[in-house]
Write a protein that binds this ligand. Structure first.
Ligand SMILES: [Zn+2]
Ligand SMILES: [Zn+2]
Length: 269
C-alpha cells in the first residue's frame, strides 16, 4: 500500500492512539514507510492550547520507535504545523532547529478560530467564509516557508453545514489558482488528504478538480495522507486514490526524508 504521510497519535491533543499502534497498523497493511505528523498549532487562540507538541518528548519517543521497527517499516518523523501569519517569526525559528523528515503546513485557525467550531460559520454566508478561507490561505502560503506540503487545502468544506453541496473548485478558481501557483513557484508540495471521504464529501481534500488543476499548472509534488487519528483510518481509500491520482495526471507520489522530496512511482506501489 502507498505510504501514509499524515498520521496522528496520542501526542496530538485530539488522538488517543499510541504511536506504536499506528505503526503496527501500517505494517499490517503492507506499507514500506509512514510518517507520523502530530499537531503543533502555536498561539491558536483556544482557551486551552491542546494542539501544542512537547518536542523534547515527542522526538526522542519517535526515534526510539523508528529504531525498534527499522527491520519492518521505515518510520519517518514529521509534524503538522498550524500556519498563521502572526507567528511567522516563531515558526521560522522553530523549523530552523527542528530535525524532522517532513512538515505539513495546515490552515486550521482562521481569525483564531477553527472551522470545526460550529460558531465559525455563524453570521456569514458559506460563500463569504470559503472565499475568506482561501484568501487567508494564499497570504500564508505566500509569506511562510516553514513547511514542505500544504495540508488539506479545502479543509473548511469538511465542517460547513452543507459540506461540499454548494462547493466546487470552479466557483473559487480565482482564489485557489494563486495558491497552487505559489506552491509550484516555491517548490512546495500539495497534500492529497483522504479524510474528506470520512467526512462524507465523496472527495479527498482538496477535491479532484484541484488536484488536476495543480498538475495542469505544472505541479508535480503530491503527498498523500489519511489524517488518521485512529488505526482503522490509516491508509483510508488509498487503493482508490492511487488510480485517482493517475487520472489527475500524476505518475509519482512524493515522500520526504530529512525534508527532501523523494519520488515514488505510483504504478509500482
Ligand atoms: Zn489538519
Ligand atoms: Zn491532521
Amino acid at each position: 500500500m502507498l505510504p501514509d504521510f499524515h498520521i496522528h497519535t496520542s501526542f496530538s491533543g485530539d488522538s488517543q492512539t499510541p504511536a506504536r499502534t499506528q505503526i503496527e497498523q501500517c505494517i499490517s497493511l503492507g506499507m514500506k514507510e509512514l510518517c507520523i505528523t502530530d499537531h503543533h498549532d502555536y498561539d491558536s487562540g483556544m482557551e486551552e492550547e491542546i494542539f501544542l507538541l512537547d518536542f523534547d518528548t515527542y522526538l526522542p519517543a519517535l526515534h526510539t520507535l523508528r529504531q525498534e521497527y527499522q527491520n519492518q517499516i521505515q518510520v519517518n518523523i514529521g509534524v503538522e504545523l498550524g500556519l498563521q501569519l502572526h507567528v511567522k517569526d516563531y515558526l521560522k525559528d522553530l523549523v530552523s532547529s527542528l530535525e524532522v523528515d517532513f512538515i505539513i503546513g495546515s490552515c486550521h485557525f482562521i481569525d483564531q478560530k477553527d472551522p470545526y467550531d460550529p460558531t465559525f460559520f455563524q453570521g456569514k454566508t458559506e460563500q463569504e467564509i470559503y472565499q475568506h478561507f482561501f484568501e487567508v490561505t494564499l497570504k500564508r502560503v505566500q509569506s511562510l516557508d516553514c513547511f514542505d506540503s500544504l495540508g488539506h487545502l479545502d479543509y473548511v468544506v469538511r465542517y460547513s453545514p452543507t459540506k461540499n453541496q454548494n462547493y466546487s473548485y470552479y466557483a473559487y478558481q480565482e482564489y485557489i489558482d494563486p495558491i497552487l501557483k505559489t506552491l509550484i513557484q516555491k517548490g512546495k508540495a500539495l497534500e492529497c488528504n483522504t479524510a474528506g471521504f470520512r467526512y462524507h464529501l465523496g472527495q479527498p481534500n482538496p477535491c479532484q478538480d484541484i488536484l488536476t488543476r495543480y498538475r495542469e499548472l505544472g505541479g508535480e509534488l503530491i503527498t498523500l495522507g489519511s489524517d488518521a487519528h485512529t488505526s482503522p483510518h490509516i491508509g483510508y481509500n488509498f487503493p482508490y486514490i492511487q488510480s485517482l491520482l493517475e487520472t489527475c495526471g500524476f505518475r509519482y507520489l512524493t515522500t520526504y526524508h530529512h525534508r527532501r522530496p523523494t519520488p515514488v512511482l505510483l504504478e509500482r506501489v
